[in-house]
Design a protein around this ligand. Structure first.
Ligand SMILES: [Zn+2]
Length: 273
């Protein structure tokens, strides 16, 4: 090959040929764990049961679409602990009657309950007393939990009549949430994972269910606190002391991290992750 008009020579050709075979460096990406969905450096799999926990209750999480975008959600941990056919996540805000035949069939079962703490709701312990009298085996319960803020959950429940088909149940005497890295609305509010764990343990009369499901949540909180997250008190607790300040809807996780470093409100333990 003769020297070209651009000044390149035959000696240069190997160089350009080799460049052509180079693939660009992939962007640096955090390796995520397939099972728990966490970054590999803070993988929670050692705290998950080795085998999915065998339970007879099937949990249906009705998830408000905004809930999926939150950081540090507990539903992926719950799903990682249970067999795939025992934990279903259904996202949406509106569920028109007649459009979800399988969901409606499940909601019509006498063994389906929706966790909705209204005045009419049964305590979950009463459920087991009434349904287990005739049959000593645990029935195949379905537990419906609406995942979102209290306002979102109330909106989903009231706007969709299909969720009025099952009886309402509530948890009682649950104590304060151990999910201390996220602000809960009241002292008795639990995260979705905790709610499912307490409900299943009560329905199946197996306290160990709660212990197994709480283990990854406790580990998650420990990791986050060690990384500088501040423990949160409930909104109820903060309001009662005049310390609660409503977060801006535009607060992104990044903004929250910045606030944590600079805002004087951190002294209340509210800001942060
Ligand atoms: Zn993992």
């Amino acid at each position: 090959m003769a020297d070209g008009e651009d000044g390149s020579s035959a000696d240069d050709s190997w160089f350009f040929d080799s460049l052509a075979h180079l693939t660009p460096e992939p962007p640096t990406k955090r390796t995520m764990c397939d099972r728990c969905g966490r970054p590999a450096t803070v993988c929670l799999c050692p705290f998950l049961p080795r085998q999915p926990l065998q339970v007879s209750t099937t949990v249906y999480i009705i998830q408000h679409p905004h809930e999926e975008t939150r950081v540090l959600r507990t539903v992926p941990l719950l799903a990682a602990c249970l067999p795939p056919d025992r934990c279903h996540v259904i996202r949406g805000k509106r569920f028109k009657q007649g459009h979800h035949p399988e969901l409606e069939l499940m909601l019509s079962s006498p063994y389906t309950y929706v966790l909705y703490p209204s005045d009419d709701a049964l305590n979950i312990e009463e459920v087991t007393m009434t349904t287990q009298l005739a049959n000593q085996d645990t029935p195949p319960y379905n537990m419906v939990i609406i995942d979102g803020t209290w306002t979102q959950a109330r909106d989903i429940y009231t706007a969709n009549e299909i969720f009025h088909l099952p009886k309402q149940v509530k948890l009682s005497g649950t104590g304060v949430s151990e999910y201390v890295i996220r602000t809960q609305p009241t002292d008795n509010s639990l995260s979705t994972l905790e709610t499912a764990a307490v409900a299943m343990a009560a329905l199946e009369r197996r306290p160990e269910i709660k212990e197994v499901l709480f283990a990854p949540l406790r580990a998650l909180c420990k990791f986050q606190l060690e990384c500088g997250a501040q423990p949160h008190q409930s909104k109820e607790y903060l309001k009662s002391r005049g310390l609660y300040k409503k977060p801006s809807p535009h607060h992104t996780p990044e903004n929250r991290r910045l606030c944590k470093k600079t805002s004087p409100h951190n002294t209340t333990g509210k800001a942060g992750l």
